[in-house]
Design a protein around this ligand. Structure first.
Ligand SMILES: Nc1ncnc2c1ncn2[C@@H]1O[C@H](COP(=O)(O)OP(=O)(O)OP(=O)(O)O)[C@@H](O)[C@H]1O
Ligand SMILES: [Mg+2]
Length: 244
């Protein structure tokens, strides 16, 4: 689904100096895969996600989605950023219907279904300011999924929520992934979230260098299992750059 090879992304600072945010990343995510990306602040996680979304351009290497080079945002890819990106002047219903309206598609039934799935149908007429953080997050997920994307990219999207709501939404995401043939890529600073949702986990180390792709040996094992704790401990050591 996603093929990244030799990806390098540079930014220019205010003085015009070039800064390399990502240097030489290789990554393959199969269709229907679940990848979590973890690493220290500033290591390039968001940049990698934006490159997959076609929102930043590589200075070298390539990013392909579904076999085609990504140069601009695609309609079959949805992105949820940390700030949710809801329009404050639109109701819950209008926010969720937006991607379909923009494509000139009929919204009614699909939006109703999505609101029900996410448990926010009683909030359809509310504006975002009158919702809790968890409800806003559900609206963002509903809006991202209503157009039935092939690929869902999420950047620290559950970060601002308390742990109970967060775990609930993680479980919801997992079941949505099961129901649809969705490919999921999730950036998180929460190692539990990475172990719960990742089939594979891409780890950037504090020491720099290329990120390492790990198989999540605790995938599907449950949060209280020994495998879960072991995997979380392994991630922590890898992030610190310790040899394991
Ligand atoms: N638009 C930009 N212009 C210049 N530099 C940028 C820009 N966006 C990001 N950077 C720099 O690129 C590096 C990687 O940023 P990125 O946002 O990808 O990190 P991150 O891993 O997502 O960090 P965090 O965990 O804090 O969100 C950082 O050093 C950041 O300062
Ligand atoms: Mg980031």
């Amino acid at each position: 689904m996603v093929e990244i090879s030799g990806l390098c992304v540079n930014y220019r600072d205010e003085k015009g100096n070039t800064f390399t945010a990502l240097g030489d990343v290789d990554l393959n995510i199969p269709r229907g895969g679940r990848l979590c990306i973890v690493g220290p602040s500033g290591c390039g996680k968001t940049t990698l996600l934006l490159a997959m979304a076609g929102l930043v351009q590589p200075c070298a290497g390539s990013v392909k989605v579904g076999g085609a080079e990504v140069t601009t945002p695609r309609t079959d890819v949805s992105v949820i950023l940390q700030e949710y990106g809801l329009f404050p002047w639109k109701t819950v219903y209008e926010n969720v219907a937006l991607p379909l309206k923009m494509r000139g598609e009929d919204a009614g039934e699909k939006v109703e279904q999505m609101l029900k799935t996410l448990g926010i149908d009683d909030k359809r007429c509310a504006y975002p300011h009158a919702l809790s953080g968890g409800q806003r997050q559900r609206v963002a997920i509903a809006r991202a999924l209503v157009s039935r994307p092939e690929l869902l990219l999420m950047d620290e999207a559950l970060g601002a929520l308390d742990f109970a709501v967060r775990e609930q939404l993680e479980e919801l995401l997992f079941s949505l992934w099961q129901q649809r043939s969705l490919t999921l890529v999730l950036v998180t600073h929460d190692l539990d979230e990475a172990v719960f949702l990742g089939e594979k986990i891409l780890v950037f180390s504090e020491k720099g260098g290329a990120p390492e792709l790990l198989d999540n040996t605790a995938d599907g094992k449950g949060r209280d299992s020994a495998e879960f704790s072991e995997m979380r401990a392994l991630l922590r050591r890898k992030m610190r750059g310790e040899s394991v």
